[in-house]
Ligand binder design. Structure first.
Ligand code: DLL
Length: 439
């Protein structure tokens, strides 16, 4: 455990020297990949001349399309015989994004996932239930290896089968839970139906990520599950979970910077922005052997926090992801982020944290419909009450979004529950469903 604390509490200068040394090695590794050779040549970069982090801003970006163009293994810097694992994330269209790991990459990944659990106070004494999906998705196996690396006892449940999840949570004395925030709410719902009292369980902390969620959603989860709900972040291209994690201070996500170097850029100009300013998050993998990813544009929107954290970790933190550069809906010319809608809904008493945003063309104009579940008490109330609730949501939405939406109140439990990443947006204008989280 001491080792994790030492890595996460490294003095900033020592960390910077380590990052520079790793970057120099990484750029040389990248030169083994045809795509990077081409990018270096086009930008006039000599891979041997890169001195360290101070030169990073001159290096070329990598984007999601580079993975698509290189499908399936074209970004690998190592021969297939050295690759021991692949994962893939499904896009909304076309082929999945494929990522590979050498044995050393798997080891590093296990360590950063163990550090994630340790951020929430996890130790070998803990029992970790992994309810992220196992398979090509990185969530399940990532947190599984992290739990083992920590020395905790891992319960590899995968997603779904909620009654069994609850049974094991009780019978195995599970203390740490890993799943998507939306799935944790489904577990709360099933627990209520089954008469399982979360308050009576030893469960302490939840490690929730893989999809966007808001502070309001966190409060809801913490109350309903009686635990601390931590935000954890990662993406397959960079490694999977284990890129950044909140600590128990719940004030930004510590980035495991000795492996993943973060930058925030202006998504339009590509210019690097100073700490505190919101923009697109970019990661350079400093140690990954199989895919030496340079300046990967995540499309996730956040800002970096440089001030020291009360927990003693010295790493830079990122604010909760507020949206993606590609999940912004433009409705009648107005920019709308799904996270704004979630924040409003969860503030209004009588609504449940289950909703669906539907955008369609109503004649010449775009129409925004927000379907939201109401609580069982309100639903069985008089029509007058329902109408009052609808009007309250309508007014709040108009104030926050600056446009009017059709608010449709729907029956409790009528919006489809997800076992992994929740689908929150259906944009019928383009006949595409999007999870708003790169699922
Ligand atoms: O979702 C990896 C992961 C698994 C992270 C389990 C955390 C826990 P992908 O399937 O490649 O990988 O999706 C990555 O999901 O670019 C974000 O848009 C979104 N995302 C992940 N974590 C968060 C989070 C995994 N905490 C994409 N908040 C990313 C908001 C998140 N969005």
């Amino acid at each position: 455990m001491l080792l994790f604390r030492e890595l996460d509490a490294m003095p900033r200068e020592a960390l910077r020297a380590l990052q520079s040394q790793r970057l120099r090695e990484q750029v040389k590794r990248a030169a083994a990949v045809p795509l990077y050779r081409e990018k270096f040549a086009a930008a006039g970069i000599d891979p041997g001349a890169v001195r360290g982090i101070e030169d990073l801003a001159h290096l070329p970006f990598t984007v999601k399309d580079d993975f698509r163009d290189a499908y399936p293994f074209g970004l690998f810097a190592r021969p297939l015989r050295e690759i021991v694992r692949v994962h893939a994330s499904s896009g909304t269209t076309g082929k999945p994004t494929v990522v590979g790991y050498t044995r050393a990459d798997i080891q590093t990944w296990a360590q950063v996932c163990a550090r994630t659990l340790n951020c929430g106070g996890g130790t070998p004494d803990d029992v970790v239930q992994v309810a992220y999906g196992y398979g090509l998705f990185t969530g399940g196996l990532g947190m599984h290896y992290g739990g083992e690396e920590l020395g905790a006892m891992v319960v590899p449940m995968s997603g779904g089968n909620s009654k069994k999840q609850l049974m094991l949570l009780q019978d195995f004395g599970v203390t740490l839970l890993c799943c998507t925030p939306s799935y944790s709410l489904l577990l709360a719902e099933v627990a209520e139906e089954e008469g399982v009292d979360f308050g009576a369980l030893p469960l302490r902390v939840g490690f929730f990520g893989a999809e966007p969620w808001t502070e309001a959603m966190r409060q809801e989860i913490e109350v309903r599950l009686g635990i601390k709900a931590l935000d954890i972040y990662g993406l397959s291209e960079v490694t999977g979970p284990g890129v950044a994690s909140e600590c128990l201070e719940q004030h930004g996500l510590h980035i495991f910077e000795d492996h993943f170097y973060p930058e925030i850029i202006d998504p339009v100009t590509g210019a690097v922005l100073p700490p505190g300013q919101e923009g697109e998050l970019v990661f350079t993998c400093l140690s990954k052997e199989a895919i030496p990813l340079l300046r990967y544009r995540t499309r996730d929107i956040t800002a970096l926090i440089e001030e020291p954290c009360a927990c003693g970790r010295t790493s830079v933190r990122m604010r909760r992801v507020s949206g993606r550069t590609d999940d912004m809906l433009i409705i009648r010319g107005i920019n709308v982020f799904p996270s704004q809608i979630e924040s409003v809904l969860l503030k209004v008493e009588g609504t449940e944290p289950h909703y669906l945003i539907v955008v369609d063309k109503g004649g010449a104009l775009d129409e925004l419909e927000i379907r939201v579940e109401v609580s069982p008490e309100i639903f069985s109330d008089e029509v007058k009450q329902l109408e009052g609730l609808r009007r309250r949501i309508d007014e709040e939405m108009r104030a926050v979004l600056g446009l009017s939406a059709r608010i449709t109140l729907v029956e409790p439990k009528s919006i489809e529950r997800s076992l992994g990443k929740a689908v929150r947006v259906v944009d019928a204008r383009s006949f595409q469903a999007s999870a708003g989280g790169g699922a």
